[in-house]
Write a new protein. Structure first.
Length: 370
């Protein structure tokens, strides 16, 4: 796709300073080995931190990879050993957690909502090991109270950041239609879609516009999903079906499914902007950088880093980490190559909206909010 949005060029302003990109959200690692030892000569030999991925794997350029980046950052700083294991499917979760426990891990981080039940089981069986889980309270009866006393939830109110993304998408759209679809229909996915639609609706209210959202309905909680976190033909077909409805901005929510969405965008030949989630996908996957309007950020690397540092220093605290706009646990990236294509004044509008969300004057409520 060649960027040629001539309508947007006149009077456009740079948005490089748009909101703070989360500390530590730099380029994630290219891959993941099973065990990594520091080479700085200051090894913390009595501590080992471990991580198990969901089925997306550690090279997903997004969700799992960003979590691992936080663990590696802590290991590099403190000099402890880390070990990782990738899950090929949900049936691997319990065995992978058991294997890490048997390898002498002092901290085990589970990446994702889908690992909740096996993480609770593992934590109860290994009370001397510290556990952390991304995107869930590890409360199998959904009462908001963690089901094991040694699990720290790492959760994020990504509806707040997605609200900003939806506002930006609506501002950018020329067809008056923007789209979204997800991987599995689970709260850490639908929370992005909720915030996205609410942001579009707020833009409409503030600008007397009528931008429509294709692929999700926040009221009915129904929409388009691939039912897995994989870049494959199914994801491309879902993306194509939404593109065919004349959208010109597309938000895929589900790790590597954005790669299939990018293929569908290129095949369409249309001027359709892609949006990223979790990491700044412009930085983690340059192959799609020319398509990216903006990314909705979730500071999993920061949360994992803090959990690992506290565990290594024998200061582990199971109080949930809740990422918000106020504590920079969520946010949005720069516009990068689209800086000159967004409407004049959008940066200031987004900062005003951001402050309104923080002070409560602009409510952002999702059924999936932590």
């Amino acid at each position: 796709m060649t960027i040629s949005r001539t309508k947007k060029l006149a009077g456009a302003t740079a948005a490089a300073g748009l909101l703070v990109a989360l500390a530590g959200c730099g380029t994630a690692p290219e891959g993941a080995g099973s065990t990594t030892e520091p080479d700085d000569g200051a090894a913390m030999t009595d501590f080992k931190a471990c991580m198990v991925s969901d089925e997306g794997g550690f090279n997903d350029k997004s969700f799992n990879q960003l979590g691992l980046a936080g663990l590696e950052m802590a290991a590099d700083e403190l000099g402890f050993e880390i070990a990782t294991t990738e899950s090929q499917s949900a049936s691997d979760y319990a065995a992978n957690l058991d294997n890490l426990a048997s390898e002498g891990c002092n901290l085990i981080v589970s990446v994702g909502f889908l690992l909740s039940a096996p993480t609770v089981e593992a934590a109860l069986a290994n009370p001397d090991i510290d556990y952390a889980i991304i995107d869930d309270y590890a409360d199998n009866d959904f009462n908001g109270e963690t089901d094991a006393p040694n699990i720290k939830p790492l959760v994020f109110d990504t509806a707040q950041a997605a609200f900003l993304g939806g506002y930006a998408a609506a501002s950018y759209s020329e067809t008056g239609k923007v789209g979204t679809f997800g991987g599995a229909k689970i709260p850490p996915v639908t929370i992005f879609m909720d915030g996205f639609q609410l942001g579009v609706e707020y833009f409409n209210e503030q600008n007397d516009a009528d931008v429509q959202v294709v692929g999700w309905d926040v009221e009915s909680q129904e929409g388009q999903f691939t039912d897995e976190f994989a870049a494959n033909d199914r994801a491309k077909q879902v993306a194509q079906g939404i593109i065919d409805q004349d959208v010109d901005v597309l938000l895929p929510v589900g790790g590597p499914i954005y790669q299939s969405a990018a293929e569908a965008i290129r095949d369409s030949g249309g001027e359709i902007a892609l949006m990223g989630v979790d990491a700044d996908v412009y930085e983690t996957d340059p192959s799609v950088a020319d398509l990216l309007l903006v990314s909705i950020l979730k500071g999993m690397d920061v949360a994992v880093y803090e959990a690992a540092v506290s565990a290594a220093n024998d200061e582990f605290d199971v109080t949930p980490f809740v990422g918000t706009l106020e504590n920079d646990g969520v946010g949005i990236s720069e516009f990068h190559d689209f800086e000159s294509l967004v409407d004049e004044g959008l940066t200031d509008e987004l900062e005003t909206v951001r402050q309104g969300i923080i002070d409560g004057s602009i409510p952002v409520e999702s059924p999936a909010s932590p």
